[in-house]
Design a protein around this ligand. Sequence first.
Ligand code: ZN
Length: 326
Amino acid sequence: MPFTDILGHDRIVEVLRRSLRSGKTAHSYLFEGIPGSGRKKTALTLIQALFCTALPDDACGVCPSCRKIEGGNHPDIHQIAPLPDKRDISIEQLREMQRDLSLRPYEAPRKACIIDPAERMSVNAANSLLKTLEEPPGNALIILLTENAGMLLSTVRSRCQLIRFAPLSPEHVLSLLERSGMAPETAALVAPMSGGSLQRAMELDNESLTARREAVLSRLSQLTIHQIATVFDAAEELSGNRDATLELLDMLLSFFRDAVHLGAGNADIVNRSVRPAIESIATRRSFPRNLELLERIYETRRDIQRNANPKLALDHLFMALAEGVR
Ligand SMILES: [Zn+2]
């Protein structure tokens, strides 16, 4: 896949393409970011571009080398992950990789290796990698993927060029889901809940999510300060354990973000399939009030992450949501 297929990481792509053009790619990279943020895809595209026989700084997608990588069967790429039923990446796996890298490439100009997730390397395995990271045999390219660079030995970190991948925006997750063939209706439902991870978006169970979203929108539309029961009933029905409450808050964030977009005259929203309900959120309160509420939902989310009581936090939040409704 060409670099243009990678969404949301323009600056990273620019840095990598520049290094490809100048022939100065690093020996070893450390890609840090949440799973599903695009690290693996970027790693494979970097290798593809490095091996591509048609283009100097991108993957053409049609030469034999590009096609083999696309098909997952290029003989010069070595991928390492924990073996089935094993927690860690073992030193034996690393040794085998090192032997492989020391052989001449079959067809590519050099060999490449991806280690994912790098934080699962045993200490012995990580230590055995240090020399390889410094001087990869045969000029091989090594890319480590990790969720958190802080979980790796500092000696490993310092030998790699660190590149940080931010979580994807809901809009980018949405376009990637649509490109992958997911029905637009489903994609619009799961994208705002994905936390910026394409992987998580794909895993979300959209049936229970549809029901949940409808329940939340229905409760929101009934909130009024003149009938205080609507506030406490909503908090009672929608609060759950910590994770369920955080998920609810992600949903509210996505609704109010869209409502603020509409209020600012921007017609393009993420929750397209429930547009009338979002319009009603936008029009039942003033624009500044919706902005305040958006901030308020963020605060509630932070409080619950810091172990505030979910039910109490939601009581307060729903009270605020009911105030100032026209
Ligand atoms: Zn190519």
